[in-house]
Design a protein around this ligand. Structure first.
Ligand code: 6OG
Length: 192
């Protein structure tokens, strides 16, 4: 009796551990938003100019940034690239063509864990349509030497030049009070 109870418990433990391992594997997938918010950021670049957009509402409001937002399977996203294309179309009315993944940023906020997110940065040199203002964003072209860093997320000053010079990155940033950068690490990589 004791023996069979032990067996049942033991079997259950093994089964449960396999289940947990399976769950963890699932959660580690980049397209699965359960563990860390998975979001996208897109930069349109052409003729030595970069398109940034003023975020008019929500997270990052009042800052210039690329377009992008959360991976959302309910909106039809199957891949993180789908999310980048969909969000850019929603926010500035442009359909990006063949965007290239240039970076992954792991952003952590010491005091606001709900803001933590993995951001996949895409660069597009080709698109259809004209950038147009929406309720969420107001797009504007900037020369490379006029990028308004003082009105952008503070991490951007650390990585933007790498991207404009064609380098691919994997980076971690830790933010504290007032979005101050407490720690960061940027790695140049061959491939994302
Ligand atoms: P929504 O919540 O609007 O998606 N994002 C960041 N962009 C920069 N440049 N720096 C950061 O440092 C960022 N954290 C998030 C990713 C959020 C949008 O904001 C970007 C998304 O495009 C912390 O759906």
């Amino acid at each position: 009796m004791v023996h069979s109870t032990f067996n049942i418990k033991y079997t259950w433990d093994i089964g449960n551990n396999i289940y947990l391992l399976f769950q963890q594997k699932e959660r580690a997938e980049p397209s699965n938003p359960t563990i860390m918010r998975q979001t996208t950021l897109c930069l349109l670049i052409r003729n030595n100019k970069i398109l940034l957009a003023m975020k008019k509402r929500g997270f990052g409001a009042g800052r210039w940034n690329g377009t992008g937002g959360k991976f959302d399977s309910e909106k039809g996203d199957k891949t993180i690239l789908d999310a980048a294309v969909r969000e850019t179309k929603e926010e500035i009315g442009v359909e990006i063509k063949n965007p290239e993944k240039f970076a992954i940023f792991h952003f952590k906020f010491a005091n606001k864990e709900e803001w933590n997110q993995d951001v996949y940065l895409f660069v597009a040199n080709d698109w259809s349509g004209e950038p147009t203002e929406s309720e969420e964003m107001m797009p504007k072209w900037f020369s490379f030497d006029e990028i308004p860093y003082s009105n952008m997320w503070p991490d951007d000053t650390h990585w933007m030049l790498h991207i404009l010079q064609g380098r691919k990155l994997e980076a971690d940033f830790l933010f504290g009070e007032g979005d101050k950068i407490l720690d960061y690490n940027i790695k140049i990589v061959e491939k994302i």
